[in-house]
Design a protein around this ligand. Structure first.
Ligand SMILES: Cc1cc2nc3c(=O)[nH]c(=O)nc-3n(C[C@H](O)[C@H](O)[C@H](O)COP(=O)(O)OP(=O)(O)OC[C@H]3O[C@@H](n4cnc5c(N)ncnc54)[C@H](O)[C@@H]3O)c2cc1C
Length: 427
C-alpha cells in the first residue's frame, strides 16, 4: 500500500530549511513547525520581537501538512449545548471566536499574499445523517438566529442538499457561507517562506530534546545545537509524544488517527453532479465523514486506523463509506491515501495557556484547527508580550491532565467502537 498525500504531490517546493547547528539566541523559541508555531512566529515578528522555530521533522510534517484543508468557524461542541452548560455570554463569545479564527486565516493569507494556499470560501454544508441529527442542526440554526440576530448559517432541505452534494443520503443540512477550503501544505509552506524572507529562522529535523530554565532564560537543546530564549512556546498538538519535553501536554490529549483518500481525476460529467457549487461538506455522525472536490478529484476523510500506523483496512473502510455516500464512485480508483493524528481533549475544545512564567502552549484542536490554530498563534504572540487575551472556555486553567492517561488507547478504542455502533443503529 502506497501512502502519499495529494498535498505533498501537488504543493510548491518547500523553502530550503536546515537542521540547527550551534548556538542561537532569540526572544521566543517555538517548538513545532505547524500552523500554530508558524502563526505565532509571524505575529511575534510583526511585533518586532525575534522568534525562532524548531521542528522535529520536515516543515508542517504534523497535521498542518496532512489535513483536509476545511476552513470552518465551528467547534465540535454545539452552541445550544455551550449555552446550556456555560450561559449565554460564554456561548456568544465562542461563536465570535470561531468567526475570528476564520478571519485570522483569511487575513494571514491576504497580508502575506499567499495565493498558493488556494483559499476558496465556497461555504460549508453540515449534512444530517438522519432525522434526529437534522433536529440538532435546526437547533443550532435557531440558536444563531435568536442569540446573534445573524443568518450566518441557514437550513437547507433534503432536496437542496441532494442538488448541492450529489448524494441522496442526507435528511437536510446546515449551510454556513463563511467557510471553505485551502491547500493545507501550501498554506504552511507559504507562511514559512514569508517568515524566512523576513529573517525568522526555522530549523527542521531538529527535535527539542531538552528544555530547561537557567538564569532567567529558557534553554532548548537539540541534537546539533542550543537555543537560549526569554520564552518558549509549545506548538506540538497531536504530535506531543515526539520527545519527553512535551510529556505534560501529551498527558492532556488523546491522539486519534484520521485518514483521507483522494480519487483519480473525475470526468466533467461526474464533477457536474458532485459538490458542483464548490462547498465543503461534513456529516453529523459521531465518527464524522467529510468531503470536498479539489481540482478534478474528490477527497474523502474520516476515522483511520486505531494504532500509530496506517492500515490498508482503514483506507478500504473509508473507500466503502465513500461508495455509500456516492454510489457512482464505487468503482473509482483511489490515487492518494494518507492519515495523521488529531488531538482530542476531554471537553472537545482547544486550549492555550501557560505552564510556568516563561512557557506557553496552544494545543487540542480536536480535528478542527486549520483556522483556529492560526488564531491561537496570534493569541500566543499577545500572551508572550505580556498582554491580556480573552480565551474564555479555551483558557488553559480549564485544561487538566487526563486521569489514567496511560490507559487512553484502549479507552479510545472502546469509546470509538461504541460511537460507531450508535452511528450504525442510527442514534
Ligand atoms: C487527517 C487530518 C485531517 C484534518 N482535517 C482538518 C480540516 O479539514 N479542517 C480543520 O480545521 N482541521 C483539520 N485537522 C486538524 C488540523 O490539521 C490541526 O488542528 C492543525 O494542523 C494543528 O496545527 P499545529 O501547528 O497545532 O500542529 P501540527 O501541525 O500537528 O504540528 C505540530 C508539530 O510539532 C512537531 N513536534 C512535536 N514534538 C516536537 C519536538 N519535541 N521538537 C520539535 N518539533 C516537535 C511535530 O513534528 C509537528 O510537525 C485535520 C487533522 C488531521 C490529522
Amino acid at each position: 500500500m502506497t501512502v502519499q498525500s495529494l498535498w505533498a504531490a501537488t504543493a510548491r517546493p518547500a523553502p530550503a530549511l536546515y537542521a540547527l547547528e550551534g548556538e542561537r539566541q532569540c526572544d521566543v523559541v517555538i517548538i513545532g513547525g505547524g500552523y500554530t508555531g508558524l502563526s505565532a512566529a509571524h505575529h511575534i515578528a510583526q511585533s518586532g520581537r525575534q522568534a525562532l522555530i524548531v521542528e522535529a521533522n520536515s516543515l508542517a510534517w504534523g497535521a498542518s501538512g496532512r489535513n483536509g484543508g476545511v476552513v470552518s468557524p465551528k467547534f465540535r461542541v454545539g452552541f445550544p449545548t455551550l449555552m446550556a452548560r456555560f450561559g449565554r455570554d460564554t456561548a456568544l463569545q465562542m461563536y465570535r471566536t470561531g468567526y475570528d479564527a476564520v478571519d485570522s486565516l483569511v487575513q494571514m493569507i491576504e497580508t502575506l499574499g499567499l495565493g498558493e494556499a488556494r483559499l476558496h470560501m465556497g461555504g460549508h454544508i453540515a449534512a444530517a445523517h438522519n432525522a434526529h441529527a437534522l433536529l440538532g442542526l435546526e437547533a443550532t440554526a435557531d440558536w444563531i438566529r435568536r442569540e446573534t440576530g445573524a443568518a450566518s448559517s441557514t437550513m437547507i432541505s433534503a432536496g437542496e442538499i441532494r442538488e448541492m452534494t450529489g448524494s441522496r443520503l442526507y435528511a437536510g443540512g446546515l449551510l454556513t457561507p463563511k467557510a471553505g477550503g485551502i491547500h493545507p501544505l501550501d498554506y504552511a509552506r507559504g507562511m514559512a517562506r514569508s517568515l524566512v524572507e523576513r529573517g525568522v529562522d526555522i530549523f527542521v529535523d531538529s527535535p527539542a530534546e531538552q528544555v530547561r530554565h537557567e538564569g532567567g532564560r529558557v534553554i532548548v537543546q537539540t541534537a546539533g545545537g542550543r537555543i537560549s530564549a526569554q520564552q518558549v512556546i509549545y506548538a506540538t498538538n497531536g504530535y506531543s509524544d515526539q520527545t519527553r519535553v512535551t510529556d505534560t501536554l501529551h498527558r492532556r490529549l488523546i491522539p486519534f488517527r484520521s485518514a483521507i483518500i483522494a480519487t483519480e481525476p473525475l470526468s466533467a460529467a461526474t464533477l457536474a453532479t458532485i459538490m458542483p457549487g464548490g462547498q465543503v461538506c461534513g456529516d453529523t455522525k459521531r465518527m464524522l465523514r467529510w468531503f470536498r472536490v479539489v481540482g478534478d478529484r474528490l477527497i474523502f476523510g474520516g476515522r483511520g486506523a486505531f494504532g500509530q500506523d496506517d492500515s490498508a483496512r482503514a483506507f478500504e473502510a473509508l473507500q466503502r463509506s465513500m461508495g455509500v455516500v456516492f454510489p457512482s464512485l464505487r468503482e473509482t480508483r483511489i490515487d492518494y491515501r494518507w492519515s495523521g493524528l488529531v488531538a482530542m481533549t476531554l471537553d472537545y475544545l482547544p486550549h492555550a495557556g501557560q505552564l510556568d512564567e516563561r512557557s506557553f502552549y496552544a494545543i487540542g484542536y480536536n480535528g478542527g484547527g486549520v483556522a483556529m490554530s492560526t488564531w491561537m498563534g496570534r493569541q500566543l504572540a499577545t500572551m508572550t508580550a505580556g498582554q491580556p487575551v480573552k480565551l474564555g472556555l479555551l483558557a488553559g486553567e480549564r485544561f487538566k491532565p487526563i486521569p489514567l492517561h496511560a490507559l487512553r488507547a484502549p479507552g479510545v478504542r472502546l469509546a470509538a467502537g461504541w460511537q460507531q455502533f450508535l452511528d450504525a443503529i442510527g442514534r
